[in-house]
Write a protein of this length. Sequence first.
Lengths: 258, 247
Amino acid sequence: MRAERRFNVSGVGLFAALLLLWEIYSRAAGIQDYLPPPSAALKALVEPSVARALLGHLAGTLGRFAGGYFLAAALAVGAGVVLGYSRFAYSVSEVIIELLRPMPSVAIIPVAILCLGIGDAMMIAVTVYAAAWPILLNTIDGVRNLDRTLIDTGRTFGLGRLKILWQVALPAAAPYIATGLRVSLPIALILVTTSEMVAGADGLGYFILDEERSLRPANMYAGIVVVALLGYALNRLFLLVEARALAWKRGLQTRGEA
Amino acid sequence: MKTSKINGVLALAAVLAAWETIARAGLVNPLLFPAMSRILGSFAALLASGEIPGQVARSMERAAAGYFLAAAVCIPLGVAMGLSGRVSRALEVVVETLRPIPPPVVIPVAMLFLGIGDWMKIFVIFFSCAWPILLNTIDGVRNIDRLLVDTARTFGLARGKTILKVVLPAAAPQIMTGLRISLSITLILVVISEMIGSTDGIGYFILNAQRRLKVDQMYAGMIALALLGYFLNQAFLVISKRLLHGR
């Protein structure tokens, strides 16, 4: 990591050179059915009909992503605080957690199709399932590792059990929870696009696979550019929100260390 | 330790028994949730007939090829990017552009170029495994104590030897972290790519069983997948412990 933010000449240069090479090769070799030049993908991206379609699919993907991600966060943080706080609750659910965890989360898609049919409910359910794991495990860890003095202090001041969970355990575990949320972000996007590919009727995953099958590779690449931008923007947004939300914590820690 | 293991076995038995009773009592649709005994029965039958071992073997071939290819490319690349500011600056933009692409989205591109054969899956696994290995190697190499490298130089070690004997061992724990993250990603991507474009493999088997409404076989396939994930992870832990202790 470099402190100064100079313009990265060699980096941008290499990127541009690769794009140029691609453009020339694709035009010269006459394989535009497979590998359209990047300019064709860009042209597709700004063409009104494609752009309008992409915007619609983007809205669908974003909606399912948000639904799945936030639902996963709410459920997993809630369950994680309880499981991290109560040994009993953890020992009861440990086996289920340990059984399900090693299974690649996408294997749940067929079960979800069976139970919920094809549609938004199934895609959101799958996303919730996959995105919940990192959040749950990190929340459990965070609550377990919190300073017992904090809880004892809370108890001394006469806080009830619920209030201790909500006002002491949850904020103290916040950095761990943030880590879980960050890990889950790309996972949620992976699951949304995958389920759109396997059983979707709209959304960017569906669009990209459909354009490939219809042999319109320029549109397919345009779709990939949009997904990449979406992934990038979501990550940036997350870091921004995280820095805001945890600012108080950082101040507290530096004061403690000083 | 021992009591917790006994507790675990008891709890597992309780879960299985609960599933069995609920399914037998007809509280849930038997089409969606067949009795556990039926699922385990069909798991045993598929195991004995060689169906599941065969499908798992196909998946594992692809997974291993993509995974080791990613390691073989990304560890040297990560070392180069970690050691040389010039190399890392040159590649930075390309890496940062490709990295936010969700890996399943690469499947259609791979299908266009490589069809729906093994190479398509290997490429997709390679693409998704590459990032954790690359970024962890870069980080591991960058965080090495400069004193180590300088000492090696003082003792007149050549550049190649310094990398092999000093840099790689010092960065090994973090490289292992990258390899471990990639292991679970490999399994996810092999299943996804087999669901979207394949005619065999455990991912295809599970989705196909669902489509043919052989629900007990679908669950049997999921059990196989969970066991596979568990054993791969355990094997990785054993191997990495050996490797990191041996240095």
